[in-house]
Design a protein around this ligand. Structure first.
Ligand code: PEP
Ligand code: MN
Length: 338
């Protein structure tokens, strides 16, 4: 951190700043210019808060010079992370498409969905048993029974399952049901207690970007998980809130190259919750693969018109299979495999 002293700062002000730096276990480097004195704090400056210095007498500004995130930063880990999900690699050359219904409804629906996901050539399946719904009167998910239906359906094709954890009290149940990938939904991106708990387990986590979260906030949320010891984190951009109302959310394609530069963690795109309409999903999915995404999280329902949740945005099994064909060509064009 660099602390810029005001032109009229006294020696006592400067000494107080130095004392505070030393109290935090860092060392100082004072640079006296003709107009201003700068104090560099040497050591792990993440322990220091800009606002603590900025309210001290004689201080004009305090500026962090390193990134606030450490474990997830690309600068500390130049190679991209490949997350191993029961032998299926997410990150690296291979692009993974995780497909399935918004929510688990019935055992029969999950069997049909699993067959569709497998037939399309996808290796991982999604489905929500605990649903974060805007209305408390809307279908909230089947809960534990949903996990059972999901596990049973995916077993037939030996597909790892991805499902959302909303409540930290359900974490043990998720582990007992051998959930392969824990999804943290957009609305919980900054539920720090939940992030800390999934940071302690040895299961891959898909962390979805909050509706209005900045890239830096997303990376700090990932850092919470990583700080607990769990480095198997996959980031997911799922569309952000803007002034636009013509579609559900704006898919922030720009986030892909920016995240790839800032972090070594794999990045997947959810074109379904971004567009909010099934007809938009193929275009957004193709754009994501072209822009360097490591995977996609796509909603598919055996019979979208009958879906209990997000019916408008679900692809049919046939549409998913068609999409996979065009995605393979794009993946090839950008030096990836699918
Ligand atoms: C979901 O993937 O089912 C979901 C609820 O997504 P999000 O958290 O991005 O809204
Ligand atoms: Mn959904």
């Amino acid at each position: 951190m660099i602390i810029v002293m005001s032109p009229n700062a006294s020696d006592a002000d400067l000494n107080a700043v130095i004392a505070r730096i030393r109290d935090a276990g860092l060392a100082e480097h004072v640079s006296r210019g003709t107009e201003r004195t700068l104090v560099g704090a040497i050591g792990d400056e993440r322990k220091l808060s800009e606002s603590v210095f900025e309210q001290m007498a004689g201080v004009e500004r305090a500026i962090h010079i390193v990134k606030p995130y450490k474990i997830v930063a690309r600068e500390n880990h130049p190679d991209g992370t490949v997350v191993d999900i029961r032998g299926i690699k997410l990150g690296g050359k291979q692009i993974q498409v995780i497909a399935g219904p918004c929510s688990v409804e019935t055992q029969a629906q999950m069997h049909l969905a699993a067959a569709g996901v497998h037939a399309a050539g996808c290796k991982l399946m999604r489905g929500g048993a605990f649903k974060p719904r805007t209305s408390p009167y809307a279908f909230q998910g089947l809960g534990v029974q949903g996990l059972e239906f999901f596990r049973e359906a995916a077993r037939e094709y030996d597909m790892p399952i991805v499902t959302e954890l909303m409540d930290v009290r359900m974490l043990d149940t998720f582990l007992e049901h051998d959930v392969d990938v824990i999804q943290i939904g957009a609305r919980n991106m900054q539920n720090f207690d939940l992030l800390k708990e999934v940071g302690k387990v040895n299961k891959p986590v898909i962390l979805k970007r909050g509706l209005s979260a900045t890239i830096s906030e997303l990376l700090m949320a990932a850092e919470y998980i990583a700080a607990g010891g769990n480095h198997n984190i996959i980031l997911c951009e799922r569309g952000i809130r803007t002034f636009e109302t013509a579609y559900r959310n704006v898919l922030d394609i720009t986030a892909i190259p920016v995240l790839k530069k800032e972090t070594h963690l794999p990045v997947v795109i959810d074109p379904s919750h971004a567009g909010g309409k099934a007809w938009m999903v193929p275009a957004l999915a193709r754009a994501a693969v072209a822009a360097g995404a490591d995977g996609l999280l796509v909603e598919m329902h055996p019979n979208p018109c009958e879906a209990w949740c997000d019916a408008d945005q679900a692809l049919t099994p046939e549409q998913l299979s068609e999409l996979m064909v065009s995605l393979r060509l794009i993946a090839q064009a950008v030096g990836r495999e699918l």
